[in-house]
Design a binder for this molecule. Structure first.
Ligand code: OOG
Ligand code: NI
Length: 302
């Protein structure tokens, strides 16, 4: 395992993200504790993090073009582009500099496709960002990057603005309040012990542990090639304080579970020789489209 200064910075940035995220999302501990209680793992560091995800506003100085520079600096490489027509989103996934790091999935809202009213609200906040904030960030300073990812990039929205956005784009409302907070981390199910290493078995375990899962398009989302199978919790609700002191319960972040099956050309390999490159890579538009809804009121209000 390499421990170059860049790798150490990346480790520190990821640790900071995971720390804030586990404090904010009680389901993280609930899943891990249930896994330990059931003897699936002995400790949390046995869990492989398949990927993490972020959301951004597609406006100048922000969005994918800005955010992508952070992780590209640490050796991440941009891969496939995804288009979510109905949700007006564009996304990329990034492959990590070494296999023990999580993949990253980043999406952005195509703000210019929204109504004039929604665009006006979004720009009221984002227009205060006058230059690309990543350009003035020292990406080799883990503490500075950690601070950047958890700071308010724009003014706290009013509840009225949040609700207007929510009615038109649940994604817009999520980002205007939550900004660059980690949206989810993902447990790799295929590397768990037999009895729990398929998504069907793991979902049964989660349901028996009392976790509430996203049902959009069915609990288990399956790619057309059958190789990528995903499920997720319904986002945890947080008491959000809006401008002027209004408090309202809104969707925060969630936890995802992914099974990557061995590709047909490697199915003859013995199980102990299977590594990441033998399994289904990347993401799938049809799966992702439904996983986004983990933070939507159609799921959180069920
Ligand atoms: C990302 C949803 C998509 C996946 O693994 O396909 C996704 C989000 O909710 O921001 O995570
Ligand atoms: Ni995901």
């Amino acid at each position: 395992m390499t421990t170059s200064p860049t790798t150490q910075t990346l480790d520190a940035v990821l640790d900071g993200l995971m720390r804030r995220y586990s404090e904010r999302v009680p389901d993280v501990h609930k899943v891990i504790d249930s896994m330990i209680d059931s003897g699936i793992i002995q400790s949390a560091d046995e869990i492989e993090n398949d990927h993490i995800a972020f959301r951004t506003m597609g406006v100048s100085n922000l969005g994918l073009a800005s955010f992508g520079k952070i992780f590209e600096h640490y050796g991440y490489e941009r891969r496939d582009e995804f288009n979510f027509v109905g949700k007006k989103l564009t996304a990329y996934w990034y492959s990590p500099p070494a296999p023990h790091f999580p993949r990253i999935f980043v999406s952005e809202l195509r703000v210019h496709e929204l109504s004039d009213e929604a665009q006006r609200i979004i720009h009221k906040y984002t227009d205060t960002v006058k230059s690309d904030p990543v350009d003035s960030l020292d990406l080799d300073d883990a503490e500075a990057v950690d601070h950047f990812l958890h700071q308010p990039l724009w003014q706290t929205p009013t509840l009225a603005d949040y609700q207007t956005l929510l009615a038109e784009s649940e994604y817009a409302a999520w980002v205007i309040y939550n900004r660059y907070y980690l949206n989810h981390f993902t447990i790799s199910v295929h590397n768990l012990k037999p009895g729990y290493n398929t998504i069907d078995e793991f979902v049964a375990f989660l349901e028996s542990s009392g976790l509430r899962l996203n049902s959009a398009g069915g609990t288990i989302k399956i790619s057309p090639d059958g190789g990528l199978r995903q499920a997720s919790t319904v986002a945890q609700m947080i008491d959000a304080e809006f401008a002027g002191g209004d408090v309202f319960r809104i969707a925060g972040s969630y936890v995802e579970f992914a099974e990557r099956r061995v590709l047909p050309e490697f199915q003859h390999l013995p199980a102990d020789q299977i590594t990441r490159q033998h399994r289904r890579e990347g993401f799938e538009t049809g799966n992702a489209d439904k996983i986004f809804e983990s933070t939507f009121t159609t799921q959180t209000g069920r």
